[in-house]
Write a protein that binds this ligand. Structure first.
Ligand SMILES: *[C@@H]1O[C@H](CO)[C@@H](O)[C@H](O)[C@H]1NC(C)=O
Ligand SMILES: *[C@@H]1O[C@H](CO)[C@@H](O)[C@H](O)[C@H]1NC(C)=O
Ligand SMILES: *[C@@H]1O[C@H](CO)[C@@H](O)[C@H](O)[C@H]1NC(C)=O
Length: 354
């Protein structure tokens, strides 16, 4: 039995040493369609990767830079894993030879910007992971060539600005993950073209403002997550412009200003059949101070009471004033009439005296 295992081991070693060159530190598997070089202390891309490789795993190394056309010897590549390195720069056209690449994982690196040519040649890419980097802004050129992308993960970067049409080529994108960034406002046009988008996750940003038409292009959106932002109020029309069969909207963890306007906007929102406010029961107030930490749901019926009372008081005051004025006017009229009467009588008496 032991000999049998030893024999197997020997055969494997023999097979490896006999296969096409596999760099030390790497392991070449599956008739060399997979080249695994995890934790191999590479500081540069290895030079001899078997050309038949379709999956290349270079995660957990110490790569710092991806030069132009760096992987042109592995043109059949479908999956490229570069996560958990120390990459701070990616040259324009770095992946431009990889026309079959479907998944590119660059998460947990130190990338703070991507050039205009980053996406060159990546028309077949379906999934791009850039989470846990230091990206600060997205512009209209960065993702220009990603026509086939379905999932984009930009979670936990430092993105504060998104230019118009940054996602302009992505008419097939289904999931966009932008949670944990520094976005403060959502302007019209940033999501234009995303007509296949099903999931838009914006949780944990700093959004205070959303322009009325910003979600309008999202005609397939099923989940819109705006939880844990800085929204204090909501505009019914912003969400009404979403024309889908059903969309779930998450809004908890925002500092709601619980006034009558908010109550009114939410009442209208809740009445739209195709929109589902899944965490409405969980929304809590930050203002006014006397309602801090109250659940909106527990106080919403009362928020307009003060307003109603004010309206009532004003109405009553106005009515009273008008009535009083009318009464006064009437009295004055009578008095005038009477005094005229008296004067006439006086005149008459004067005459009679004479
Ligand atoms: C990553 O690169 C930076 C320079 O860009 C260097 O200071 C740092 O020591 C590197 N970290 C590791 C873990 O190699
Ligand atoms: C996006 O990236 C984050 C951070 O790396 C990860 O936790 C999350 O699961 C990813 N989301 C998807 C949908 O892949
Ligand atoms: C939301 O509700 C769930 C239970 O339904 C609870 O566990 C969670 O802490 C709530 N979150 C907030 C922010 O209130």
């Amino acid at each position: 039995m032991q000999y049998f295992f030893l024999l197997l081991l020997l055969m494997e070693v023999y097979a490896k040493s006999n296969s096409s060159p596999c760099e030390t530190g790497c392991e070449c598997r599956g008739e060399v369609k997979m080249t695994i070089c995890v934790r191999a202390f590479f500081t540069q891309l290895p030079s001899s990767i078997p050309p038949s490789t379709e999956l290349l795993d270079l995660s957990e190394n110490q790569l710092t830079f991806i030069p132009e056309k760096s992987l042109q010897m592995v043109r059949k590549l479908r999956v490229l894993l570069l996560h958990d390195n120390n990459i701070s720069a990616v040259a324009d056209g770095a992946f431009s030879q990889l026309e079959f690449l479907q998944k590119l994982d660059l998460s947990r690196n130190r990338i703070c910007s991507l050039g205009e040519g980053f996406s060159l040649g990546l028309g077949a890419l379906r999934e791009l992971l850039l989470s846990e980097n230091q990206l600060r802004s997205l512009d209209s050129k960065t993702f220009m060539h990603l026509d086939g992308l379905q999932r984009l993960n930009l979670t936990d970067n430092a993105i504060h600005s998104i230019q118009m049409r940054s996602f302009g080529s992505m008419s097939t994108l289904r999931q966009l993950h932008l949670e944990g960034n520094k976005i403060s406002s959502l302007n019209n046009g940033i999501f234009s073209m995303l007509r296949s988008l099903e999931v838009l996750n914006l949780q944990g940003n700093r959004i205070t403002r959303t322009e009325e038409g910003v979600f309008k292009p999202l005609t397939n959106i099923a989940l819109l997550n705006l939880a844990h932002n800085h929204l204090s109020t909501v505009y019914f029309k912003t969400f009404l412009s979403i024309h889908t069969y059903s969309t779930h909207i998450l809004l908890e963890g925002n500092p709601w200003n619980c006034d009558c306007d908010l109550q009114r906007e939410f009442r209208k929102l809740k009445s739209v059949q195709r929109l589902f406010l899944d965490d409405y029961h969980n929304l809590s107030c930050s203002a006014p101070p006397e309602l801090e930490n109250y659940h909106l749901m527990d106080v919403d019926t009362e928020l307009c009471i003060a307003e109603t009372v004010t309206v009532l008081v004003i109405t009553v005051t106005v009515v009273t004033t008008v009535l009083a004025a009318m009464v006064m006017a009437e009295r004055k009229r009578k008095k005038k009439k009477n005094s005229k009467h008296w004067t006439q009588q006086g005149d008459m008496s004067d005459e009679s005296e004479n």
